[in-house]
Ligand binder design. Structure first.
Ligand SMILES: [Ca+2]
Length: 181
């Protein structure tokens, strides 16, 4: 009995798997994997920010793309960095609309307190979907912030409210399942 049951389960899973692949190819919809609720990483197509600080130490401009270059190490020059200003912000446009299951924001190593109290907004077609406000319990910021939105979005915005602020972090990663629009 056990052997028959296993065979049925195996065949059933195979059939369902083929149907899902056909569905994905036909409708360009990435079907969530029940065994992987977070899903694959979704790439950004572009990024911009309110201003850009040029570091003398690294002789490079810390442009918005530094937060989506695949390097999460906050101790190197691979971080984004605005000037000191009022209400600095960073925005990243996703390649595709997606059900966003998880967003990770990697802090820098040397100025972790700068990002304290940041907000994160998710947009779909320019319309704001949800805002997350982070309040750190510690004096210094966290090494990494993980959120689990589980909503559809195509753009992520990170910012600080107030005067004399510097928005400064290493990387943003988005995970989920893409949708066809
Ligand atoms: Ca980076």
């Amino acid at each position: 009995m056990i052997r028959v049951s296993s065979q049925i389960d195996s065949n059933f899973i195979s059939v369902v798997g083929n149907l899902l692949i056909h569905f994905e190819l036909t409708f360009h919809f990435c079907v969530p994997d029940l065994l992987d609720p977070i899903g694959p990483q979704i790439k950004f197509s572009s990024a911009t920010q309110s201003s850009t600080y040029t570091s003398l130490a690294y002789s490079i401009a810390h442009i918005a793309d530094k937060a989506i270059d695949g390097n999460t190490d906050g101790s190197t020059g691979s971080f984004t960095h605005t000037d000191t200003e009022s209400n600095p912000w960073w925005e990243g446009q996703l390649e595709r609309l997606a059900i966003i299951t998880k967003i990770s924001v990697y802090n820098t190593k040397n100025y972790q307190d700068r990002i304290k109290g940041f907000y994160l907004q998710i947009y779909r077609d320019g319309e704001e979907q949800k805002v997350f406000q982070f309040q750190d319990a510690s004096d210094s910021g966290e090494e990494r912030y993980d959120i689990y939105p589980n909503i559809a979005g195509s753009k992520v915005k990170i910012g600080l409210s107030g005067d004399n602020k510097i928005l400064h972090f290493a990387e943003v990663e988005v995970f989920g399942y893409t949708l066809q629009e």
